[in-house]
Design a protein around this ligand. Structure first.
Ligand SMILES: Nc1ncnc2c1ncn2[C@@H]1O[C@H](COP(=O)(O)OP(=O)(O)O)[C@@H](O)[C@H]1O
Ligand SMILES: [Mg+2]
Length: 214
């Protein structure tokens, strides 16, 4: 489903972030990407999301090289991906509902379908009933859940999470990881970058360790 073939990424600054990565993920798999700061975890996820492009090698999704996607196909491809960051970057002058509905409105979805999807996403992250709340009223864990709901509302087939629990206490962090595991059980392919080894070990999923290249 997701395949890296001899992928290297060198940033324009000359910094080599990934060197000769070969990696295959089956559809419906959930994997953790670990490694020290600077090992290339974020870069790896960005290559899948097409936020960066490899300088060598190929990233294939469903057997198709991302380098062969035309400009007009990229937005459609990105819609299949849910990207979750350490900081959920919520809009603080909008309600929880509006924050989660944003990707659907961008996609031009009608009101009733939007409402249905947002409710379903709220339910999945355990925030039913909080739709009219503003983000300032939420705890850090709840804010992160809103970010996850927003990423999931398009029903992505691939979920990429970059240090999604970095700011949370251990118990909340574990809850968030279980939320990802639930989405995975519903069929999504999930890649999570994390340097929290204890947490990653408890999840008992395949773990890929990146080494920093110099
Ligand atoms: N936009 C960028 N421009 C230049 N160098 C970058 C950029 N992003 C990351 N790097 C460098 O690439 C390497 C890998 O970074 P990153 O993928 O962020 O690693 P990690 O997420 O594991 O901490 C680091 O040396 C980092 O400084
Ligand atoms: Mg990172």
């Amino acid at each position: 489903m997701i395949e890296f073939k001899q992928v290297s990424k060198k940033y324009p600054t000359g910094q080599l972030a990934l060197y000769n990565i070969n990696l295959t993920l089956e559809a419906g798999e959930m994997v953790f990407i670990t490694g020290h700061s600077g090992a290339g975890k974020s870069t790896l996820l960005k290559l899948v999301a097409m936020l960066e492009r490899p300088t060598k090698g190929e990233v294939l999704i469903g057997g198709r090289s991302l380098s062969k996607l035309g400009r007009s196909q990229i937005p459609n491809y990105r819609r299949r991906i849910g990207f979750i960051f350490q900081d959920p970057h919520l809009l603080y002058d909008r309600t929880v509902f509006d924050n989660i509905a944003l990707p659907l409105r961008i996609a031009g979805m009608g009101q009733s379908e939007t409402r249905r999807r947002v409710q379903a996403a709220l339910d999945k992250v355990g925030l039913t009933g909080r739709e009219n709340t503003f983000p300032l009223m939420l705890s850090a864990g709840e804010k992160q859940r809103v970010g996850i709901a927003r990423a999931m509302v398009n029903k992505p087939t691939i979920i990429l999470a970059d240090e999604p629990t970095g700011n949370l206490d251990p118990e909340l962090a574990q809850d968030i990881m279980f939320t990802f595991a639930q989405f995975n059980e519903l069929g999504a392919t999930v890649m999570i970058a994390s340097h929290d080894h204890a947490l990653v070990e408890r999840m008992k999923k395949r773990t890929i360790v990146l080494q920093k290249v110099d």
